[in-house]
Design a protein around this ligand. Structure first.
Ligand SMILES: Cc1ncc(COP(=O)(O)O)c(C=O)c1O
Length: 366
């Protein structure tokens, strides 16, 4: 098996990982930094692992430009557990209310789950148009002084992405950034929590990164079960239970790749924009065959969802793309069609290969 055998992987997650990172993992696998064992085989309490944990945390803080204002936690349970943990921790009393923007499948699920944990108001929903658009801040209906305003910065299935975080006066923003974490700069001072499962932009499945502003930790009630209380994880240095050590190691390598090879978040954001435009240009030029799901101004730079004119043509597209080494392009069943996920680690070369395929497929089938 050589690197030449690797195909272009447009999976929505778990997703492609930078080749350089995979190669480093391969090199270090049998004997991690001279300790005589792999990273998977050593104690999470060993100095060797703690150094990795500290480095991963420092990498995230450097990329997000945060210092002591926020804590960075490495948790398990996926982003899904955050759907419950966030309202459980941030709603202080039976009177507290939180507001949710529902802009796609994932924020819908978060809203549904949170509704069982406290008073949750719907600030806006895009369900009527099958989540192809996003609200302006003036469209939001907010009660007086909500405990937090929740949104998903990028909806992985519907391919809509907020250009800027919503405006909500001084209300703490809580952001599910699962599918665009570390893909662009984010104003952390406006956010109480930004969280992301790792398996799209930040690492392998099994770790969820939660970045939480320190003052919010006081809201967590003492009677919450240990694992479900953010404070526990801060106090235990993300080692309340045995942490997903291998995943945290990969996150560390990906942060180093972002900092040292890709030049940080501003640069990767430009790279991601260039890549996304290459595909959207073809969708616009060939719009009698490729029908983009999201409205232009809300198009995601990470997940490009579009339909073809028939199921047969879609099946043909997927088959022929696969023959050319362009894989995992099938859209989610709720939108259908095609979804090209082009996270940080998808190279411009891979995007160009997809663009060329889309062009020739259009010529041959229209
Ligand atoms: C935006 C978003 N939020 C939440 C999730 C759920 O993540 P997990 O499967 O890690 O719980 C996903 C998964 O694809 C997602 O894309």
């Amino acid at each position: 098996m050589t690197t030449a055998d690797r195909t272009y992987n447009f999976s929505a997650g778990p997703a492609t990982i930078p080749l350089k990172v995979l190669q480093q993992i391969q090199q270090e696998l049998l004997n991690f930094k001279g300790c005589g064992a792999s990273i998977m085989e050593i104690s999470h309490r060993s100095a060797t692992f703690i150094e990795v944990l500290d480095s991963a945390r420092a990498g995230i803080k450097q990329l997000l430009e945060i210092d002591d204002s926020h804590e960075v936690l490495f948790l398990q349970g996926g982003s899904r557990l955050q759907f419950s943990m966030i309202p459980m921790n941030l709603l202080r009393s039976a009177e507290d209310r939180a507001a949710y923007i529902v802009s796609g499948t994932w924020s819908q699920k978060a809203y549904d789950e949170a509704s069982g944990a406290g008073n949750i108001d719907l600030a806006w929903s895009g369900k009527m148009s099958n989540f192809n658009t996003l609200p302006a801040s003036s469209d939001l209906s907010l009660s007086d002084d909500p405990a937090f305003l929740y949104y998903a910065s990028n909806e992985t299935i519907h391919g809509v992405q907020f250009k800027e975080p919503p405006e909500a006066n001084n209300t703490a923003l809580v952001c599910d950034a699962s599918s665009d974490f570390l893909s662009r700069p984010i104003d952390m001072q406006r956010h109480g929590i930004v969280y992301a499962c790792a398996q799209k932009n930040a690492g392998p499945a099994g770790v969820t990164i939660v970045v939480i502003r320190k003052d919010l930790l006081d809201r967590s009630k003492a009677n919450l079960p240990g694992y479900l209380n953010f404070k526990t994880h801060v106090e235990q240095n993300s080692m309340f239970n045995t942490p997903p050590t291998f995943g945290i190691y990969v996150i560390d390598l990906i942060c180093q790749w972002l900092i040292n090879d890709m030049g940080g978040l501003k640069q990767i954001a430009e790279y991601n924009l260039t890549k996304a435009n290459l595909i959207y240009e073809i969708i616009d030029q060939c719009s009698d065959m490729y029908r983009g799901h999201a409205e232009h101004e809300h198009r995601s730079k990470m997940n490009i969802s579009f339909n073809l004119t028939s199921d047969e043509l879609t099946a043909k597209f997927l088959r022929e793309a696969g023959q050319q080494g362009l894989n995992s392009l099938k859209g989610h069943r709720s939108v259908g069609g095609i979804r090209a996920s082009i996270y940080n680690a998808m190279s411009q070369e891979g995007v160009l290969a997809l663009r060329d395929f889309m062009k020739s497929f259009y010529t041959q089938n229209s």
